[in-house]
Design a protein around this ligand. Sequence first.
Ligand code: HXC
Length: 520
Amino acid sequence: MSSKIEELKKLYEQALLGGGKEAIDAQHSRGKLTARERVELLVDSESFLELDIFVRHRTTEFGMDKRWVWGDAVVTGLARIGGRRAVVIAQDFTFMGGSLGEMHAAKIVKAMQTAISQGIPIVFLNDSGGARIQEGVDSLRGYGDIFYMNVMASGIVPQIAAIMGPCAGGAVYSPALMDFVVMVKKTSFMFITGPRVVRAAIGEVVDEQQLGGPEVHAAKSGQADFIVEDDKEAIAVIKKLLSYLPSNNMEDPPVVRTGDLPDRDIPELDGVVPEDPNAAYDMYKIVDSVLDVGSFLEVKTQWARNAITGFGRLDGRSVCIIANQPNYLAGVLDIDSSDKIAEHVRFCDAFNIPIVTFVDVPGYMPGTKQEHGGIIRHGAKVLYAYSEATVPKLTIIVRKAYGGAYIAMGSKHLGADFVAAWPTAEIAVMGPEGAAEIIWRRELEAVKDPQERAKLLAKFTEEYRSKFANPYVAASRGYVDSVIQPRNTRRVLTKALEILSTKREVRIWVPPKKHGLTPI
Ligand code: HXC
């Protein structure tokens, strides 16, 4: 008996070494932690229940019968993260570059199945050279199985991917199918085809980081939700993100009391909107001061900066934040910001997180670039996402809310439960200057002197502004539930949120359908 136990201990020792000491040193010299070190940092102490540590690949081709490790280059298991259960998957680059073969994939799929059946989040730490070349089509099948599970898990349990090394070729589609992607600076990249193929195919010379490094995905493609300095920070972000989320779509998000007073007045908000209606200001000031102190976690900080998306807490309750940013492109809705907003609304709706929207939007972005790029289709996603969402929807109209963009940004007409406007709100079909030029075109054309004409336009603009560009017309119809002093915004929102916390799914009756067809 004791010899068997000794043997088992030895096997564990071997397994824990992954690809061996040399490969571990090489991993460290690249500035990366090993799969096991990452898991240890991520999970609560002693909580990890590893699965399939003795799985091995079964390929004999290309001398693979002599080349194997216990666990087949991926660590999988169940654990607690911040007290909550989760499934953890960590690819081990120290054996064959963490490449994915049949059994490596089977372990991942099994872990994902467990997450779905248990209703617990999936955290997938990617660090892999992609499909294990020696295992050929079995590797491809493995990817197919993982993608399928990603789709099955979608909307049931939160899925978070961290890219902590290479992630290339079709492998990128697992993180792409997940809800959030964290990328580590310098050591990670994601692309469909690497620099060598790019050069051969189209003659473009580019390196890995320029092609698919974290900075590129954070600012240009919008693929990365968070970029971080190193592995440790990646783990910290994952833990923080999870703290806002429920474990599955049947649960409410956790309540984390911060001690911040729910009815705290914020006097400085009374002066945040500039006198000049066309002057920019920083929406972060409003978002940060209304939420529980220090609770704002922004998602996609660098991409489509005319929209702000993230999570926060109001009196401890998780909320989803959507806002226009007047400081960047005047907060206009364009292709990218529409995608950013629609995606976040859909995630929050799927996971029962109430949506709080701060509106200051001059409209949809004009011009051929946007029209030809499909602003109609992309803009429609925002309408679809808000209309479809059944979680409590609370909207604060801070300043501009014009035209189709007014409707899109969490308006009453798309099912908002509570809409409040600041006295600075301008809710109208279009901005006063443009509207005055259309309504009083004849009168303006009759005046030939340009200076006189400008004066007249200013007068008409003012007339339009006082008649239409205010919150009271909308309030008189009940499209706005309340016009509030900015300083009371937090108090009003926490109260409304509390009342709406028992909201049940309410929709107008529609015949049963398989699923709607969201514009994509
Ligand atoms: C088998 C692989 C491998 C792979 C890396 N290795 N990728 N083995 N299959 N896909 C092995 C290497 O041979 C090496 O083995 C060890 O992992 C470490 O790799 P290095 O090259 O020494 O490390 P590094 O210099 O850091 O470069 C890492 C790398 C590079 C960028 C990932 O190895 C690379 O370009 N690999 C090929 C990537 C690729 O083309 N994958 C297929 C993508 S297509 P030794 O024995 O020296 O330790 C794909 C299709 C999926 O994934 C389709 C899904 C639908």
